[in-house]
Design a binder for this molecule. Structure first.
Ligand SMILES: O=c1ccn([C@H]2C[C@H](O)[C@@H](COP(=O)(O)OP(=O)(O)OP(=O)(O)O)O2)c(=O)[nH]1
Length: 157
């Protein structure tokens, strides 16, 4: 069972998110883009550890990011806290898909708190304004043992 948009709104507002009406959706809450990065060196996934490679923050040109084809990392604009008993999923706005672009995202664990990041895949050049809505967070009921306590806890806050 997925939560209503009103319940997702309440969860984000409890985490300190300042949402406007356009972000409140029937089944979730739209997340905005706060920053876009180009990866500049390899990261690493080892058996015992991991490293996120260096990246360079892109500057908007004029009023928007003008992105050429490629892979970017985006940081969202809202603090998120995934409540106990829930799992979060972030999906791209369909307008991204309709423009040959998408977001790749992973599981948002119960107990995670922070401003998350995702991979923006640009299949055709696109203009994105800083602060524009690019994704939607939905929350589903989920059993879990323990809560998130990893390296990204409280990231970007
Ligand atoms: O697309 C996503 C998916 C998740 N997260 C946040 C919420 C999640 O709880 C946390 C950690 O995600 P995950 O467990 O997939 O990362 P990991 O690489 O396995 O890190 P860790 O070893 O800390 O679990 O990152 C994002 O920012 N973006």
């Amino acid at each position: 069972m997925f939560d209503s948009g009103a319940a997702v709104t309440a969860a984000l507002e409890a985490a300190g998110a300042d949402l406007d009406d356009a972000q409140r959706q029937p089944n979730g809450v739209d997340l905005t883009v706060d920053a876009v990065f180009a990866q500049t060196e390899p990261g690493r996934l080892g058996r015992d550890g991991k490293r996120v490679g260096e990246r360079r923050e892109l500057e908007p040109r004029g009023d928007c990011y003008r992105l050429e084809r490629g892979s970017y990392v985006v940081r969202y604009g809202e603090p998120v806290r995934i409540p106990a008993g829930r799992i979060g999923f972030v999906l791209p706005r369909s307008t991204l898909l309709r423009n040959a672009c998408t977001l790749d995202t992973a599981v948002w664990d119960a107990g995670y708190e922070g401003v998350g990041e995702g991979r923006l895949d640009v299949g055709h050049p696109i203009e994105i304004e800083p602060g524009a809505r690019i994704a939607q967070l939905v929350l589903a009921e989920a059993d879990h043992e323990g809560t998130y306590d990893g390296a990204y806890q409280e990231e970007n806050l």
